[in-house]
Design a protein around this ligand. Sequence first.
Ligand code: TA6
Length: 304
Amino acid sequence: MERITELNRRYGIPHQVSFSQEPNGFVFVDVTNPQATARIALQGAQIIHWSPKGEAPVIWLSEAASFLPGKSIRGGAPVCWPWFGPHETQRDFPAHGFARTTLWEISGVESRPDGTTKLVFHLPESATPKNQWPHASTLESHITIGAHLEVDLVTRNQGNHPLTLGQALHTYFQVGDIRTVRLHGLDGCSYLDKVDGGVCKVQQGAVNFTQETDRIYLGTTHNVVIEDPQMQRQIHIAKRGSASTVVWNPWIEKAAKMGDLGENGYLHMVCVENANAAEDVVMLAPETDHHLWVRYSTTALTST
Ligand code: TA6
C-alpha cells in the first residue's frame, strides 16, 4: 500500500488526480476535472474510461473485462506496440505486442490552465522483453483529459539501426447499437478484409455493420467520424502519424467465443483504431522519434 501512498504523494492532485490499487495489485489513476472524468490502468497506460462532463462514456469497457496482471483488458484504448496483430515470424509472441500487458510508470502529471489534465506514462526499459524486442528504444504516452481526449504515443529510436514499428491505439468506442452505427470518412479507401482471407477491397460509402467486421484500411491518414443515431452523437477521430485505420466488431459468434465481451457487449462497441499496420508499418531511423497522435471529441447528432 505504501506504493500507492508514494504515487499519490508525488503525482496526486487533490480532487483531480488520485491513485488506487485493487487487492490483486492492479493500479488505477482516476482523473476528475471540470471538463471530464477518466480512469487509466497503469498496466499498458490503458485508458479504460473517458466521459466528457454530462456525457455518457465515450470509451467502452466490457462488463466482463478482467484486470489480471499480464492479461490484456477487454475494452478501453489498448496500446498495441511494437507490432500490430500476430508477430510476423514468432507465433508465440503476444498478439499486438507486449506494451499493453506490461506495467508502465507515470512520469508526470499536470493540471493545465485550460482546465485539462495531462499525464505522461513511460514503458520502463527494464520491463521490455529483450527476446521480443532487442532494440534500444523508449515509449511514452502523453494523455490529455478534457472535453477532448488526446493521446500522443511517442517512440524514440535510441539505437544505431532503423526500427520497423507496427502500432495502434486499439480504442473501443461505446455506441448505442452497432447495427445502426455508420463510420464516415473511408469511402473509396482500400482495405484488407481479414474476415475474407485478407483480400484487398475498396470501401463503398460509409462503413456499416451487419456481420463480423475486421478491416485494415491502408494509406488512410485522414480523420473519420462515428455516427451513432441511438446515442444521438458523433464521435470525431482526428489523427497524425497514423497511415492505417483498423475497424473491428466481432459480432455474435466471435464475441461468444471470446467470452469477455459480456452479454451482447458486441452491440455496444466498435473499434476504430489509429494504427500503422501491414504495409503501413513505420521505418524509424536511428535517433529519431515517431508520434502517433489522436484526438477524440463528440458532437450532438441532430436528428434530421
Ligand atoms: O484490431 C482488430 C483485431 O486485430 C482483431 O483481429 C481481434 O483479434 C482484435 O484485434 C482483438 O484482439 P485481442 O488480442 O485484444 O483479443
